[in-house]
Ligand binder design. Structure first.
Ligand code: 7RM
Length: 637
């Protein structure tokens, strides 16, 4: 059997779950036994949530790429590892076997070594969704360099912040990226970012769009030229660096309730075991199946469920460069048809947007290969759930609504495809090894069913974050200080009469816009950079397609003469500071914000107004100036 730790029945789920709670170390040791270790661990787990200090597989030595590549060569050398579908359906797709991928990763790992990259160095990766992105990620892991992938939609300023925070010494990018009808000039954005990044010594540029770029002598190198050099050296092998179980594997920046994104740190062994276990079990992956996750590698979903989870399992993973709506809204269904996809893992925002195009783009697509469907990133509304189930899964495919976070490394609460029951809108039950708990404001556990509370996790799991890069105290205060001895997720959650979990959304000042996490403070900071802005307050409001939209209340310096022009300027500022994903959907100019006497903005009131709920604003008597509320109500968009 390919995966001895794969759950095959409801009874096995219950059994494994019980064991994972009674004997977590024994449970995870059993799973970890099925990987390739240079040296096995001395101790499975050491932990405290106080500092926090969490170590899995203590003393173990390994390299994650030996588990994703080398160990499959004997049996799966000619099996497709990555099937790549380009943005333009007219361009040819690429099939990269495990042997091809192994060779390319080793080759590029040698390029990195030739350019002075050593174990522990940070490498920033800013590329489009091409196979070379996966190759770059794995090449870093091969030599023990820490990758920090930055999503291609982020601005030069955001990249500069992330590079400085990580003190990256090398950047890997492309000339440009194709996404739908757009051509994103990645290298030119990097050039702008690097003005403020003295730590970066080298930039490797992969050719994709042939957009003209300016190459800086002594700093910038072409990917293709560097590969040729390695070929001239006779393509030497690239032995994998021996990593400690707790050596850093990657940093991934994510938004929180403050203005500054945090560098979430994942380490080698725990992350690998967790990404693999959750992939194999949630999707019930069977050898030979074709699996397609539509996420971008710039987000955690791409890290865990396009690259590390599937490849460590020897799976065939489809990587798509483009967007679901280009050249038409049938693109995901065409890809499913073309590659006989068995599992499709996507986001509610994509489903909702595709629903809007009706069934035309679905009709005449052969979706009979589909066996399993998945959803991730935000709560899925019942309408979208049923549309996905009926029109894409044709009523035959289980849907796994997977709840997890950048910080958790992998899926935490989810149905197991075809095995545990599903319920529209519910992430249902925790995977084995995951111990959720609901607490009230004071941190008291809320027991029983039919209850609501803040979602915490009370025991470590191998995929959890270990720290936030360069600032361990921030990791402690953000996740481990709200409630004693618990990891706090930041999500609100309902446990229904059957004990099923339904995530209700963030309880902090973090927005989820089309599945992208954005801090309100981050957007406010960006808006406030605009010369004409005095102050701003940003809240989320329900949006039919994006899940949440961004609503900004803005105080301008002087009377706004042409509000439309001023709004355009503000949008451009946000785009430049963060990136287009953070652009407010609505901007309202106001003369004041509802503040308490101590100067705190009462967001609760602004949220209600943004939602269109003008009555029931609750107690406004503590406001410094209750009149501003009426003015804001009158001016609502
Ligand atoms: C994987 C990912 C994490 C936040 C999380 C939630 C929300 C994610 C679901 C969900 C309801 C889901 N990582 N979230 N999945 N809410 N149901 N199935 O998205 O770090 O970018 O975001 O996303 O609020 O805290 S993330």
């Amino acid at each position: 059997m390919a995966y001895p730790y794969q759950i095959r029945s409801l009874e096995e789920y219950q059994q494994q779950y019980q064991q994972s709670v009674m004997d977590p170390e024994g449970f995870w040791a059993n799973v970890a036994d099925h990987f390739y270790w240079r040296r096995k661990w001395d101790k499975v787990l050491e932990w405290n949530f106080k500092e926090p200090d969490v170590k899995w597989f203590v003393g173990g030595k390994l390299n994650i790429t030996e588990n994703c590549l080398d160990r499959h060569l004997g049996t799966l050398g000619n099996t497709p590892a990555i099937i790549w579908e380009p943005n333009d359906p007219e361009e040819r797709h690429r099939v990269i076997t495990y042997r091809d991928l192994y060779n390319k990763v080793c080759q590029f790992a040698n390029v990195l070594k030739n350019n002075g990259v050593k174990k522990g160095d940070r490498v920033c990766i800013y590329m489009g969704m091409i196979p070379e992105l996966a190759i770059a990620v794995l090449a870093c892991a091969r030599i023990g360099a820490v990758h920090s992938v930055v999503f291609g939609g982020f601005s030069a300023q955001s990249i500069a912040d992330r590079i400085q925070d990580a003190q990256a010494s090398l950047v890997i990018t492309c000339d440009g990226a194709f996404r739908g009808n757009k051509d994103i000039p990645l290298k030119s954005v990097i050039d702008d970012a690097l003005i403020a990044c003295p730590s970066v010594k080298k930039v490797i540029v992969c050719t994709r769009t042939r957009t003209p770029v300016s190459m800086i002598k002594g700093r910038d190198l072409w990917w293709e030229d560097e590969i040729k050099q390695v070929e001239t050296m006779g393509n030497p092998p690239c032995p994998a660096e021996e990593m400690d179980a707790e050596d850093m594997l990657f940093i991934l920046y994510t938004s929180g309730s403050t203005g500054k994104p945090k560098g979430v740190v994942h380490t080698t062994a725990g992350y690998m075991v967790y990404a693999n276990y959750t992939f194999v079990n949630t999707f019930q992956y069977q050898p030979g199946e074709v699996y397609f996750c539509t996420a971008d590698v710039g987000w955690i979903t791409g890290h865990s469920y396009i690259i590390y989870g599937p490849l460590s399992a020897g799976a065939t993973t489809v990587m798509f460069e483009g967007v679901p709506t280009w050249p038409d809204a049938g693109r995901l269904w065409s890809i499913t048809d073309k590659f006989r996809v068995n599992t499709l893992y996507t986001a509610p925002t994509a489903i909702r947007s595709l629903m809007g195009y009706g069934l035309g783009p679905v009709n005449h697509k052969d979706l009979s290969s589909l066996k399993k469907l998945g959803s991730v990133g935000e709560p899925i509304n019942e309408e979208a759930w049923h549309w996905f189930k009926d029109n894409i899964g044709k009523g035959r495919c289980p849907i796994v609504d997977t709840w997890w976070q950048t910080e958790t490394g992998g899926i935490m609460i989810t149905p197991i495809a075809g095995i545990t029951p599903e319920k529209p809108g519910y992430a249902t039950l925790p995977l084995p090894g995951v111990q959720p708990i609901l607490v009230d404001e004071r941190g008291q556990e809320i027991t029983g069913n039919n209850v609501n509370g803040n979602l915490c996790i009370k025991f470590p799991w191998p995929g959890m974050l270990r720290t936030t890069y360069g600032d361990h105290e921030r990791c402690r205060t953000t996740y481990f200080a709200t409630y004693d001895n618990l990891y706090f997720t930041g999500d609100g959650c309902l446990r229904d009469e059957d004990g099923y979990y339904r995530i209700t959304g963030r309880v902090d000042d973090v927005l989820n816009v089309s599945g992208h996490r954005i801090g309100t403070a981050e957007v406010e900071n960006a808006i406030n950079m605009h010369a004409g802005v005095v102050e701003s307050a940003v809240v989320g409001y329900p949006h039919d397609i994006k899940g949440q939209g961004i609503y900004a209340f803005v105080i301008a310096e002087k009377m706004v003469h042409d509000p439309e022009l001023s709004k355009k300027d503000i949008l451009q500022t946000v785009s430049r500071i963060i990136g287009p994903i953070a652009k407010p959907d609505k901007i309202q100019f106001v003369s004041g914000l509802p503040k308490t006497r101590s100067g705190k903005i009462m967001r609760r009131i602004l949220r209600k107004i943004a939602e269109g709920e003008m009555e029931n604003l609750g107690d406004t008597s503590t406001l410094l100036d209750p009149n501003v509320v009426d003015e804001i109500k009158k001016g609502k968009q």
